[in-house]
Design a protein around this ligand. Sequence first.
Ligand code: SAH
Ligand code: SF4
Ligand code: F3S
Length: 478
Amino acid sequence: MYDNNPTLDPHKPLDESQQGSVYFKNADAPGDPEKGTRHFYIESYGCAMNFSDSEIVASILGEVGFQPTRDMEIADLILINTCSIREKAEQNVRQRLRIFDQVKKRRKGTLVGVLGCMAERLKAKLMEEEKLVDMVLGPDAYRDLPKLVAEASQGEKGINVLLSREETYADISPMRLDSNGVVAFISIMRGCDNMCSFCVVPFTRGRERSRNAFSIIAEATDLYQRGYREVTLLGQNVDSYKWENPDSKEVVNFANLLEMVALVHPDLRIRFSTSHPKDITDEVLYTIKNHENICNYIHLPVQSGNSRVLKLMNRTYDREWYLERVKAIYRIIPDCAISADIITGFCSETEEEHQDTLSIMKESDYTMSYMFYYSERPGTLAARKYPDDIPLAVKKRRLQDVVDLQMEMSHANNKRDIGKTFKVLIEGNSKKSDQQFKGRSGQNKMVIFDKKENLKVGDYVQVKINSVTRATLLGEIV
Ligand code: SAH
Ligand code: SF4
Ligand code: F3S
């Protein structure tokens, strides 16, 4: 899978190199040693929502005296936060479970828990299939984790996969894991009410619900005060964010929320993901335009460029609608970058329809894309209604067409940045040299540049671009 941004991006499934990040480079809440010295180890797979959930889980465990560790060999509790989005994602998880089985054999008493979307999808079946798993918890059941751990310590296996209509973990302050202390995720809603026919998320994460806006602002303010300079607001469909203040009855929509977070501090940068083409409004676009600290970058998954296929996918927009939204973005925010998710080889997709996907990519001028071939998921509308009839080789060839085109487009798009100057938030040392910093532009492009005295991670700098690759911009501080 091609991905031109090597850092953890808020958008959905990470590519293989990013999968399975083990947290705790500098977990910022080491737990209370007074309460005991039990350790937990957690791996996260899937989208940013899962990574964000792992930080909630860590916080819940911290409360009962668990400390995070990066070494599974010393862990009393090994957790894996799982993804079901494609078959491959689930296979990865099963492979990791084999590794944990071995640790468990070496170290008697180690408990293994499966969290997240695969736990929710497979429920008790997961325990039957994976004999060494002690606990199975769905995304809305994490408050129950301490209880299930206590029971499992007594030899009693436990499961809680109840989905909730209310749970947003609004009151839990996430333990920031694997953090550079500068960028953080804030979950603003959970679940999804769309029924895209290919997608398992509505089944694994339940109904859509929006989190209390004040708790979001409080979290953003706290992060800013602790030195963070960028937050990404997370939801499966952020444009349908809607929260009613129980006292004033005032309704906060996504544009309102964006503005409220933008006003926390001009030096706190805002990103968000994921926008849905059917729901993104001009009001949101004008809010982005009017606030310098809301990044000019929109992830707008298209999935397919053909209206018939979009209809089968139940995306509820067609090609014309999508292109109109793209036009509105470029009209209102001329230097906005747009990226997408794309699926090739969906049920009954013809060669001409595939060509429509290539042409919509060009017309939309994506700076990057997350690209996948269709993987049938049990229980989804598509699995029940449409035969998965495109041969794997064809799906893969079409994916390669899409990847090749995106690489070409990303390179061309980056070349147009040569000579321009961007405001970059310094996120750390570049991979290749500790004499260089890396950071991202508002458009979410990775920028590499030589260090200068007195500059540190978390500072903003103006960087003039001198040369580019497909994946990065190279420049100098001006
Ligand atoms: N809520 C987001 C996406 C969540 S899933 C949205 O609506 O855009 C992330 C991406 O995974 C999707 O955008 C889609 O491109 C891809 N995806 C989801 N289900 C898939 C499947 N069954 N096969 C292949 N790709 C899939
Ligand atoms: Fe899945 Fe569609 Fe919901 Fe995105 S909007 S999570 S693709 S059902
Ligand atoms: Fe995310 Fe995977 Fe679940 S993409 S919502 S972790 S199925």
